[in-house]
Design a binder for this molecule. Structure first.
Ligand code: SF4
Length: 616
């Protein structure tokens, strides 16, 4: 129960759609969504495959709690081999699309091959049809969603699509659903574009698909878990009031806000781009940036931001389509487009964030790559002629211009669209890419937060904050307070966080619940939803298994222990200010212990014993 027990296989080369039963033995080992789809991908795709070739596959997957009454139970993930990194990629999104896919009666949809012409999949309950999308090619996400809903006369249809970035092969393009919810990282949108798949529209009316095994126990557990969220300071107050932007001033104060491409750890303009600033009336028009907050399907936290810009801001003055309310900046986007570029203009960040939603771009990699370009420019390596503009740190005009060019695939935006690793390599300074395995790290500095340094170095999809959020213990004191500067104890704590996160991502719920929910709170809902026997130890073992499977995929793709590292700046240039001034990331002290607690060899390979224990 809570599985529909059905997957849809769409062969885009042949133009066929076929249902097949879900592999329930694998579901018992990998739970769902991230874990189960990774199992399918690893079983069906050669890890050495070119990510943008027809041989790669793209899997949309739900979890057993997706579409149920569990708070935040609307998540889905997109799993593929990522084009930005060449590593396993799993990108998670909220909104309403995931629940709708479940309501249509499907646990998972696997896209394979490549269509000869642009198409979109229309999935209405059991009915799957590939339709011509030639008229949608070249359209933005916003236009595509409106046109598909209009064509089928169904405003309740849910649409996941790519914008022009995914069509143009921007290596960090996103898949966007519900206008401003995105499977944002790792370039999953580029894989969708490479398959000539413009969109995936779904409408579900089946009430049996979200039935749970033990309804009475399930609803009791769900009610109790919702009360835990409501009573917690982060999920009951901080996130609803300020969204993830509640972190901007907090992280800046602890000296962990990477600034100007990591040349600093504190940004003097942080206050101006913070969650608090979004609430305040602007000096220019007397109105606030933030006008509302909203939530994804079934969410009782509602951290989403809805913003309305000053219509006279230089970026949108003659562009009425951006003068309406739309999805506002979250913390990571505000950091990347703001602090990483030295830009303190909240309205400019909001506009480029709109562009990221409109054309399907990952704002973290976009901002971080623009920040790297700005450093190359400041060093005299990248010229005004090559960039087509002056590109100093702090220029909101340049950040806006590069955001527009990248979304449209024009001018220097084509180079930005390759991400910071390829950009900095092109100019002979690869060490200036603030990335791991090719994925740019987000809004926390590993020199000040040692656990985050270890997390970035070891995350299977490249530097990532949502694969074991060590900010919780190191800054917020959740579940216990750890000294950010200490290296002792970080490896076992990170392993536990990574395994629990794999469970959360595979269950179909939002990671933000873990600010309040313990493993017991999560288990109490999964157990009666699925039925059978799912103690915490079994769930955590599933998380461990998922992590190791992802690791095996990456090793087979050619990654080695040499890739479990950080940009040289993080390892050798101490932070210049803040409480941890002078600190560098002490990876050498933590990585061997991490390999040990993971049950890996000194070369970072799962031992035979680990492989046997997890049944890999
Ligand atoms: S906490 Fe935020 S991101 Fe998570 S499900 Fe709720 S609204 Fe969506």
């Amino acid at each position: 129960m809570s599985y529909t027990k059905k997957i849809l296989r769409v062969n885009l080369t042949a133009g066929t759609c076929a249902a097949e039963p879900l592999n329930l033995e694998w579901a018992g080992q990998y739970l769902g969504q991230r874990g189960l789809a990774t199992k399918y991908l690893a079983a069906e795709v050669d890890p050495r495959v070119d990510p943008l070739s027809p041989e790669n596959k793209l899997i949309f997957a739900t979890g057993p709690l997706t579409g149920t009454a569990a708070s935040t139970g609307g998540r889905y993930s997109v799993i593929t081999k990522g084009p930005l990194t060449g590593a396993i990629a799993c990108s998670n999104s909220g909104g309403y699309f995931g629940a709708e896919l479940k309501f249509a009666g499907w646990d998972m949809v696997i896209f394979e091959g490549r269509s000869a012409r642009p198409v979109y999949l229309l999935l209405e309950d059991d009915q799957a049809t590939l339709l011509d999308a030639s008229h949608l090619w070249g359209k933005t996400v916003w236009e595509t969603e409106e046109m598909i809903k209009g064509a089928h006369q169904d405003p309740l249809m849910r649409v996941s699509s790519i914008g022009r970035a995914g069509e143009n092969g921007v290596l960090f393009s996103a898949i966007v659903n519900d206008l401003h919810r995105a499977a944002g990282r790792s370039g999953v949108g580029a894989v969708m574009g490479s398959k000539n798949l413009k969109a995936f529209a779904v409408r579900g009316t089946r009430t049996d698909s979200y039935a749970v095994a033990e309804p009475e126990a399930f609803f009791k557990a769900v009610d109790a878990a919702k009360a835990v969220l409501a009573g917690n300071a982060v999920t009951g107050q901080g996130l609803p009031a300020y969204g993830t932007q509640v972190l901007m001033n907090v992280i800046n104060e602890v000296g962990a806000l990477p600034t100007r491409n990591g040349t600093g750890v504190q940004f003097e303009g942080a206050r101006a781009i913070s969650g608090e600033a979004m609430h305040e009336n602007r000096a220019t028009d007397g109105k606030p940036n933030l006008i509302n907050h909203n939530g994804c399907f079934g969410c009782t936290i509602a951290c989403g931001r809805i913003s309305k810009m000053d219509p006279n801001h230089f970026s949108i003055k003659d562009k009425p389509q951006y003068q309406a309310a739309s999805g506002g900046v979250e913390y990571e986007a505000a950091w990347a487009l703001g602090a990483a570029c030295g830009v303190n203009d909240l309205e400019a960040l909001t506009y480029v964030n709109f562009l990221c939603n409109e054309d399907g771009l990952d704002p973290i990699t976009l901002g971080s790559t623009i920040g790297a370009a700005m450093e190359l420019y400041e060093l005299g390596i990248l010229t005004k002629e090559e960039a087509g503009m002056e590109l100093p740190f702090g220029s909101a005009e340049a950040m806006v211009k590069l955001g527009e060019l990248t979304a449209r695939g024009e001018g220097f935006g084509k180079i930005i669209g390759l991400g910071s690793k390829r950009l900095t390599a092109k100019y002979g300074r690869p060490e200036l890419s603030m990335s791991v395995k090719g994925l740019e790290f987000p809004a926390y500095d590993g020199r000040s937060l040692q656990g985050m340094a270890l997390e970035y170095a070891t995350s299977n999809r490249g530097a990532c904050h949502v694969r074991g959020y060590m900010v919780s213990p190191e800054v917020l004191g959740i579940p216990v307070k750890l000294d950010p500067a200490a290296t002792e104890g970080k490896a076992p704590m990170l392993k536990a966080f990574q395994d629990l996160t794999a469970v959360v991502d595979s269950a179909g719920i939002c990671l933000f619940t873990t600010f309040a929910w313990s493993a017991d709170d999560i288990q109490s809902q999964i157990q009666p939803a699925i039925g059978g026997d799912w103690p915490v130890a079994k769930l955590m073992e599933a998380g461990d298994r998922i992590w190791n499977l992802e690791r095996q995929f990456n090793l087979a793709a050619g990654f080695t222990t040499k890739d479990d590292t950080l940009p040289p700046r993080m390892l050798s240039e101490g932070g210049k200010t803040g409480p941890y001034k002078g600190n560098v990331a002490q990876l050498g002290k933590m990585l061997p212990e991490y390999y040990q607690v993971r049950g890996w060899t000194a070369e970072g390979v799962p031992t035979e014993e680990t492989v046997a224990r997890l049944g890999l």
